[in-house]
Design a protein around this ligand. Sequence first.
Ligand SMILES: Nc1ncnc2c1ncn2[C@@H]1O[C@H](COP(=O)(O)OP(=O)(O)OP(=O)(O)O)[C@@H](O)[C@H]1O
Length: 525
Amino acid sequence: MPDTVTAAAVPVVEAAGISKRFGATVALSDARIAVAPGESHALVGRNGAGKSTLVSLLTGIQRPDTGTLRFSGEPAPAYGDTDAWRAKVACVYQKSMVVGELTVAENLFLHRQSTSGLRPIRWRELRRRAADLLAEYSVDVDPTRKVRELTVEQRQFVEIARALSFGARFIVLDEPTARLDARGIERLFTRLRDLQRQGVAFLFISHHLQEVYELCASVTVYRDARHVLTAPVAALGHDDLVEAMTGESAARPAPGRKTRPLPADAPEVLRVSGLAYGDHFSGVSLSVRSGEVVGLAGAAASGCVQVGETVAGLHRAAAGSVEVAGRRVRNGDVPAALAAGVGFVPEDRHLQGLVHHRSVAENATLTVNDQLGPYGTVLPSRTRAFARRMIAELDVKTPDASTPVSALSGGNQQKVVVARALATDPHVLIAIRPTNGVDVKSKEFLLRRIRQIAEEGRGAVVVSDELDDLRGCDRVLTMFHGRMGPEFRRGWSDEQLVAAMEGMSGPDAGSGHSHHRKESDVRHD
Ligand SMILES: Nc1ncnc2c1ncn2[C@@H]1O[C@H](COP(=O)(O)OP(=O)(O)OP(=O)(O)O)[C@@H](O)[C@H]1O
């Protein structure tokens, strides 16, 4: 037996003395991490702390400049030997790495169809093997479906199954919950706990500290490219954890100003009447007045994201109308919405948000070229000045304004997306999950900035299922399965709002099941 004990004590992964630079940026400096077999280990830190960089080193995507990396006591595989790396470690990213146009079966066996030699691929056999594999890991997905058609949750489960089928017993989850709703998170966590019981270890990265407490046994904190601490989660209170991440005492912020009551004659900046779009939603009416921040809350299938996108012109409504500052906006026309004064923070910064090879300055000002130079010409010095102000205002961590956005950490890219929406000086800002991927401290910052829009006499709609995003809103509208639900004034309880998002707003409202995002990482007035 002693042998088993010794074997179990060897970490599934151990990295030490790890440094990595990108040009002048030090992404990691003498960093370390160790994860025991079957352990659920969290890695947290502010945007740009070096978490994703560590992930790319642990998964063999990049090489460290210095340091050692061992898996179960053995040196890391040779760089480029993809199959060897896959047998050690797998990563489930927020943004899927699987190929959308291929079927689930093809994705599961991508790059290994020809293991049995030069035989042509036998599609029927491939599908059968895929079905077996999915069944083995209890993933209820049809292997003949295109990956593009799957939900984020199904895609993640397919990726986890694929990882395990390569023999990996260590999985990195890089913000896996960022695009899941409460029920999806619950199902993911149940799956992870099951796997953990079977001896699979995790490195779990999330900006939702409550999830760390819920799922993980240990936590490692990185700050400014360095390892700050590793501790049992149970031994570390929320404020201590935030303090380790920020390097500042987590003193409660001074209470925010109480929002002033709206003047009775505050004009409407947005009116949506009887809006409908496909199966997503119908009969949606809402109004936002100057000075208001209105929340629009709902789970993934509620249609609330599509409402926001339709107001921004991304979808063509089948019925209803959108008016901005009293003027009707042309249906399904993004430039028309923009010209009418709709600012938009999209849900997916990768698809709708940013031009990756362009600089921070260019991305922050893409929609405001007409403000920056005559006759559509962009004057670089003004662009830069404009961008610098944005960078300072939103605390974007970047070497300078001319850095390409692709070199920024995920959370900092999200801030550029918000900066760009604000740069248009919108009458009304439609922000979909604006704090997605943004760290605890920066969340406060972004939400305060959105509040400022209202204070300047404009309006905002925050579309989100995160209670912290909604807490600061003047009122919160809810949606369930494409229909409007109850509306809540300030002072709502988490349980009430969660229940409404889950379509249980009747007399049982208080008994809505527990939600993972109740924590107050962000504190408001
Ligand atoms: N390819 C790259 N080129 C240049 N700089 C990079 C590159 N990748 C990362 N960086 C820089 O390295 C630092 C660490 O970034 P990293 O993505 O690891 O942060 P993170 O902790 O994952 O942040 P987030 O919470 O925002 O995802 C950042 O300053 C980032 O701008």
